[in-house]
Design a protein around this ligand. Structure first.
Ligand code: ZN
Length: 250
C-alpha cells in the first residue's frame, strides 16, 4: 500500500497494452460527487428510485427533470488532472501502445480531456435515444435539459430517454463486448476511483490477471475485503496519484 507522496512513475518498458477502468472517484475533483456511500447521489431521498427502468415507464417527466440536473452539473464541470494524465499518456503513446479507457462514469469527462475510443459501460448523460430498442433513431448528443415535457422520437413518436443504463437494466452488449476485447492481451490494468471488490472491477481484474497483466487499484479507501487479483494498491485522490504515476511514464 502506497500513499501519493511515495508513488514513483510507472516503468512501462515492454508494455504495449494498458487498460484503465475508471469509476466515480476519478470525477470527484471535477465537482461531481460519488454515487454511493454517505452524501452520494443515491443516498438522496428518491434519487435511486428515479434512476430505474420502472420510473421511466411510470414517471418519465420526473426522471427527465432529475437527469437534466445531472446533465447541467456534468456540462458545467471540467476534466481534472486524473483525466488529463490518462489522455496525455494516450497521446504520448498513440503510435507504440494500445491504451484503452473503460469507464463506469456517464459524465463524458474522459472524452473532453481528449481520450479517444472510451468504452462507456453505463452510457453517457449527454446522449439521448429512443425508448424503443428497435427504432432506427441513432443516439444523439443532447446537452439540453428537458424540464417541461418528455421529448418524443421524430421517427416513431415514442418517448425519448437518456442514453444511460438505469437500475434494473443490463450493461449494453456492445460495451461489454468491447470491454472484454480490450482486456485481451492486457499487460497493465489500472482500476481508478472504483471499488476493487464489486463488479465490474472485480470481474475485469480477474480477466486481466488471467492475461498475465500487472494489476493496480488506485482509490481513496483501502479495499475491504481485499481482492487478491490486485497486485498493488495505491491510496489517495486520483488527481494526485495518476499525474505522479503516469508522469513521463515510458
Ligand atoms: Zn423512435
Amino acid at each position: 500500500m502506497s500513499t501519493p507522496a511515495q508513488i514513483a512513475p510507472l516503468e512501462l518498458g515492454g508494455v504495449d497494452k494498458i487498460v484503465f477502468l475508471t469509476g466515480a472517484g476519478i470525477s470527484v475533483a471535477s465537482g461531481l460527487g460519488t454515487y454511493r456511500g454517505p452524501g452520494g447521489l443515491w443516498e438522496q431521498p428518491g434519487a435511486a428510485e428515479l434512476a430505474t427502468a420502472r420510473a421511466m415507464a411510470e414517471r418519465p417527466l420526473e426522471q427527465w427533470r432529475f437527469f437534466s440536473a445531472l446533465r447541467r452539473q456534468s456540462f458545467a464541470s471540467e476534466p481534472n488532472r486524473a483525466h488529463q494524465a490518462i489522455a496525455a499518456l494516450q497521446r504520448r503513446h498513440q503510435k507504440d501502445m494500445e491504451i484503452v479507457v473503460i469507464t463506469q462514469n456517464v459524465d463524458r469527462l474522459h472524452q473532453r480531456a481528449g481520450s479517444p475510443g472510451v468504452i462507456e459501460l453505463h452510457g453517457d448523460i449527454m446522449r439521448t435515444r429512443c425508448s424503443r430498442d428497435d427504432c432506427e433513431l441513432e443516439p444523439f448528443f443532447d446537452p439540453a435539459p428537458h424540464l417541461e415535457r418528455v421529448p418524443e422520437c421524430r421517427h416513431c413518436g415514442a418517448p425519448l430517454r437518456p442514453d444511460l443504463v438505469l437500475f434494473g437494466e443490463p450493461i449494453p452488449v456492445r460495451a461489454e463486448r468491447s470491454a472484454k476485447q480490450a482486456l485481451r492481451g492486457c499487460q497493465l490494468f489500472l482500476a481508478v476511483g472504483t471499488s476493487g471488490t464489486v463488479t465490474p472491477a472485480s470481474n475485469f481484474v480477474r480477466s486481466a490477471e488471467y492475461e498475465g497483466a500487472h494489476t493496480i487499484v488506485v482509490n481513496l479507501e483501502p479495499m475491504r475485503p481485499s481482492n487478491p487479483y490486485f497486485k498493488q494498491e495505491l491510496l489517495g485522490p486520483a488527481e494526485e496519484v495518476l499525474p505522479r504515476l503516469l508522469a513521463g511514464a515510458g
